[in-house]
Write a protein that binds this ligand. Structure first.
Ligand code: PHB
Ligand code: FE
Length: 335
């Protein structure tokens, strides 16, 4: 590969003269894209060369989440082969490691990288491979095509700031409410959602302590899908609501319990063993339903219409190690 170094950690080729895309290398993994597909190639544990192919749009939607969420909690599977595991200072990149069939055949590979090295490579690949008009965060019906030869870029869409409240949306010096003026019009699917705000009557001196806002109105103005924001933070209790449409672009293998509250419409979840991929459950969540995903599962949601989902995460940095030691449970409740 004719390599140029974009930043100390990124190994990229020159742009392909016909297709326009660069290829990337990270340890023993090689990534290239063509008009329709992303191709990943690696040297297997037993020394063979293997490749894997994903639709370019699906690959970029998954890559977008991994980049924007800083590798998230635990495992981010791009599909049933490729993914990352966050160790919070380092990240594993793997192919086939959590696919029981590939693992048994010895054709998997797992490599650990410093977070900034894999982050820089993933960002450079996302930026080079995302064409003008394709927004990896948008619902398929609300964006252009990812396919074809390289056309321009969409750096503004892939570098949007994550919306993370420090205490609560709408408080002084905190994440502001969404509005038309801020470039957040009501989504076509939520035209019927009331936009009024609650009345607040705090005692003098408590104006920045007593607070409420209309969460349905806030979510009706989300411009993206499958991208939780933080709307309230109390110690390590993070309320992460999001609007969902089409398919969660990753199969999440959390390293802790997480809760889902279906606020409207419905999402169908496929749940599987996070190590092997063996199917465990199908969870059909309708408006008002709550579910908890145990730390031993991987899950992927399907939302036929744009819906509102509240994800509740315990963001404690110690929790993953408490679970590993057996000091904290993998399930939300034992009967
Ligand atoms: C999840 O992996 O649990 C998850 C991620 C993003 C969402 C919803 C759920 O928008
Ligand atoms: Fe999850």
């Amino acid at each position: 590969m004719n390599t140029t170094t974009e930043s100390p950690a990124v190994i990229a080729s020159q742009s392909d003269p016909t297709l326009g895309y660069k290829s990337f290398e990270l340890g023993g993994f090689r990534f290239r894209r063509d008009e329709y597909f992303a191709h990943v190639q690696w040297t297997t544990r037993d020394g063979r060369e293997l490749s894997h192919t994903m639709d370019a749009a699906n690959f970029l939607r998954a890559l977008m989440r991994d980049v924007a969420w800083g590798f998230f909690y635990g495992g981010v599977n791009f599909d049933h082969v490729l993914g990352t595991t966050n160790h919070y200072k380092t990240v594993d990149l793997y192919a086939g490691t959590y696919n029981a069939t590939m693992k048994a055949a010895g054709v998997d590979r797992l490599e650990n990288f410093p977070t900034d090295q894999i982050a820089a490579t993933f960002f450079a690949m996302l930026d080079d491979w995302t064409n003008e008009g394709f927004d990896p965060f948008a619902a398929p019906l609300e964006t252009g095509s990812a396919h074809g030869r390289k056309r321009g870029h969409n750096t503004p869409a892939i570098t949007r700031a994550r919306e993370l409240a420090k205490r609560c949306v709408g408080l002084k010096d905190d994440l502001p409410l969404r509005s038309d003026a801020r470039g957040a019009p009501v989504n076509r699917a939520f035209a019927d959602v009331p936009q009024d705000q609650p009345e607040l009557h705090p005692e003098p001196g408590f104006e920045n302590e007593v607070h409420a806002f209309n969460l349905f109105a806030f979510l009706s103005r989300s411009q993206v899908t499958w991208n939780p924001s933080f709307t309230s933070v109390v110690k390590y209790s993070y309320m992460c609501p999001t609007t969902e449409e089409h398919i969660l672009p990753i199969i999440h293998a959390n390293d802790r319990v997480e809760w889902f509250f279906q606020m409207c419409d419905e999402i169908h979840w496929d749940c599987a063993d996070k190590t092997t991929g063996k199917p465990l459950a199908r969870v059909i969540m309708k408006a008002g339903d709550m579910a908890a995903m145990p730390a031993y599962c991987r899950h992927q949601g399907y939302s036929p219409k744009r819906s509102m989902l509240l994800v509740w995460e315990n963001g404690s940095p110690n929790l993953v190690y408490e679970i590993q030691k057996g000091d904290a449970p993998e399930v939300p409740v034992k009967f």
